[in-house]
Design a protein around this ligand. Structure first.
Ligand code: IMP
Ligand code: MG
Length: 176
């Protein structure tokens, strides 16, 4: 099977590892002594979350939520919860962990959902931030990188479900 695009390296696995370690140290410093629940937004955050939690040096709870809002390279604007969290988050500080903050629709909808369930506060932790495409007034509390308006894959991020397993982040360059 041939695809009419190529993938160009944007962030190497070494650069990513360094940044995620730094973020883990920052979160440890900011939340040490507090009860924190990290909720990974599936599927895109699964690699970032697994590296991040191992860079956090304090006890944390971990859960997942699966929300789908994307088809191909443009957002449908619809956020569906496909698989839900298990832990009781009432009164907890929640760190909502996402692969990329793009239009902001997914994270603002999920943040509202978690607050309505009684979370004390919900902070946004994103691996990548693409502010150029923001449609909703939301910003990350923690992020690893800000990127230009480019479609990227790897380190959990997909292009129609492909490339999540790349250990680097690459830009998708469409042919023609
Ligand atoms: P938002 O709701 O528009 O902020 O979209 C967030 C979701 O869009 C992310 O969780 C990704 O699944 C997807 N997304 C946005 N930009 C990209 C990209 O450059 N590559 C892959 N997925 C992306
Ligand atoms: Mg996706």
């Amino acid at each position: 099977m041939t695809y009419r695009h190529k993938v160009e390296v944007m962030l190497t696995k070494e650069e990513i590892a360094e940044k995620v370690k730094e973020l883990g140290a920052t979160i440890t410093r900011d939340y040490s002594g507090k009860e924190v629940t990290l909720i990974g937004v599936l599927k895109g955050s699964f690699i970032f979350l697994s590296d991040l939690v191992r860079a956090i040096d304090m006890p944390v709870e971990i859960d997942f939520i699966c929300a789908k809002s994307y088809q191909g390279t443009t957002s449908t604007g619809v956020v569906n919860v496909k698989m839900d969290t298990i832990l009781d988050i009432r009164g907890k500080t929640v760190l909502l962990v996402e692969d990329i903050l793009d239009t902001g629709k997914t994270l603002s909808a999920l943040r509202e959902t978690l607050l309505s369930r009684g979370a004390a506060e919900v902070k946004i932790v994103t691996f990548l931030d693409k502010p150029a495409r923001r449609k909703i007034d939301i910003s990350a509390d923690y992020k690893c990188y800000t990127i230009e308006d480019r479609f990227v894959v790897g380190y959990g991020l997909d292009y129609d479900e492909m490339y999540r397993n790349l250990d680097y982040v690459g830009e998708v360059i469409l042919d023609g």
